[in-house]
Design a protein around this ligand. Sequence first.
Ligand code: AKG
Ligand code: FE2
Length: 364
Amino acid sequence: MSEVTEVRGVTHRTPLEKNRKANAVSLIAKEAPRLGVGPSRQMTRSVTVWPVAGLAHLSCEHLGATIGTVVHGLDMANTTGEEIAFLRRLLTERKVIFFRDQNCSEDEHIAFGARFGELEIHPFNPMHPDHDEIIPIYSGKSAVGAANLWHSDVMWRMEPSLGSILRARLVPAVGGDTLFADMAAAYRGLTDDMRAKIDGLMGINSGSANGSKEKARQRLEERGASAEELAEFDATYANIPIPIHPVVRTHPDSGERAIYVNAGFTRRIVGLSDDESDELLQHLYAQAAVPEYQCRFSWESGSVAFWDNRAAQHYASSDYWPERRRMERVTIAGDLPYFRHDDGQVTHTYPAGPSDAADAVSHG
Ligand SMILES: O=C(O)CCC(=O)C(=O)O
Ligand SMILES: [Fe+2]
């Protein structure tokens, strides 16, 4: 990752800024017990926009302290191998990257995603009429934006997606921003005791895809699907396993640890009493909402956000009703999550057995 860090360019600091930095750090330290937040990173000021070493046509601009970087000068429809390698490293380091003015076709959006891995086709979400790989996320008068809760995508899968590439086609005049939280910074901000407590714990995640399976079946019925088609749907999706994911996930590329539970999917922590599990989950869910770990992106038509589901959570602000907002998402398939213990042992995600599954259902 150092390669990316190195291209940040010169750090200009006047004596006043040095004092400001010291004051900011000491303020955070003083406030930390009250907020429950530790300084997760030494604050530094870097130049606002810097050129990328070896890729002089690109320049970068950070949005948040540890998360979110806008890459200027990229054309998603025409990328080189060097650009893709750079974006992959930048994504791992900054958790979400952004591009502006990408007026490419749906096919080009899909082709760009495919350069990062196999693409996922969501079995339950309504699909784009012409492209199975694109999930349309359209809101307006009769469809209120529904992604306004902190989550990372498709954690109901045993292998949740690596990343999502969302492009704005139509945006409201005001509002409709998306917020992102760096869950590795959030992990580093926990107390030592809390980190020791959650390292190696496992969480039961919702197996129902938040009701979207039922909605997909209903859509099939409304479209007049035959009894055979409905039976095939039931047979395919009746027994999808309920995943038990690590509460702290080790990133496969960087080795960084990140909090890997969220309000959207995680229902229960294995091996704790109901009360202990609820209390711990509430505390961990709440970390995504801490501004120090976040960046916030304001969309324009043609803007793109590409986030790493393994280390970031996101929240789409639903503050523009009844205006319309039309987004399209391409999703890259991921691999089996794991936690690497201090002694090097690895615990992977596993499917819930019958009693864990009952717990997940009773916790909704
Ligand atoms: O609409 C957005 O900004 C994000 C929606 C969302 O949660 C997603 O695309 O995964
Ligand atoms: Fe999402």
